[in-house]
Design a protein around this ligand. Sequence first.
Ligand code: XMP
Length: 327
Amino acid sequence: MDFSSTMRPADMERITTPEQADAFIVEAVDAVRAQVGDGKVLLALSGGVDSSVVAALLIRAIGKRLVCVHVNHGLMRKGESEQVVEVFRDGLDANLVHVDASDRFLRLLEGVAEPEAKRKVIGNEFVAVFAEEAARLEGVGFLAQGTIYPDILESAGGVKAHHNVGGLPEDMDFELVEPVRLLYKDEVRVVGRRLGLPASMVDRQPFPGPGLGVRCLGAITRDRLEALREADAIVREEVEAAGEDIWQYFCVVPDMRATGVRDGARVFDWPVIIRCVNTVDAMTAEVPELGWSLMKRMTARILAEVPGVCRVAYDLTPKPVGTIEWE
Ligand code: XMP
């Protein structure tokens, strides 16, 4: 395989088997070593499939000369940042810088209600935190990215500018290392499994870069964000326990309250909206018909376990007209 190419050769076999993945890993490790020599590489490790697989691959190729920077923006799902530390630092002995920047992000987001403005705050702050961490390191000449083939195709087709970490500062003078740039998502997952990453990381559902920030509608508050995180964890747990194969399943908490009654007293608390969709390319999406018992279990648990919530609704809107996310 030609790792310097930006186009996937027409005769390149699809990686579907463990043997094909192993062969790819051997070639990719050699290519990374040839490119990097005895240099150091920096990687923004979100914990998503693509950056995780690139991290595992580079650890195999160059060990601790890969510096992984994981920025927790405070908008991760429950347990997600902890899993990054567990898998990479504890499991793979990675050179991992874990930055808990939650406070910084949440303070900047205070009172920001408009969806695009929220995205901008999160994206800009991500770049700022990452650049600060990069500036602390010495002798890093390379930047690894989890670019995959659909990113290249979409950029070339002008569909969207692809960026994996919210865009990096232009004055960063790094040479790019993109070992999975010719692979499709399903191939990246096969490779990730062979590199020993856990299924919960390799098979995880897509999650937007701005994280729970676009699901805690309007101006984010810490208590409502916490309610969202807890409800989201319950939905994930129950959908997975039911063995449902759903593309994306999550919650949204609007910035409004609803009347309820709890222990004989009136409450005025948040509603949680459960959003599940199936799609092939995220351009259109259908809402799956979940079993009633799963619906009832999720509802009962959210109402019993999540403080501040007094109502649960299921979003029946296909895309179009609704988008998958609410913001
Ligand atoms: P929409 O809401 O546009 O979402 O129907 C389509 C897919 O894209 C994801 N999404 C995002 N991913 N940054 C991302 O990295 C974002 O700002 C963002 N907004 C939406 C969404 O989760 C769905 O899979």
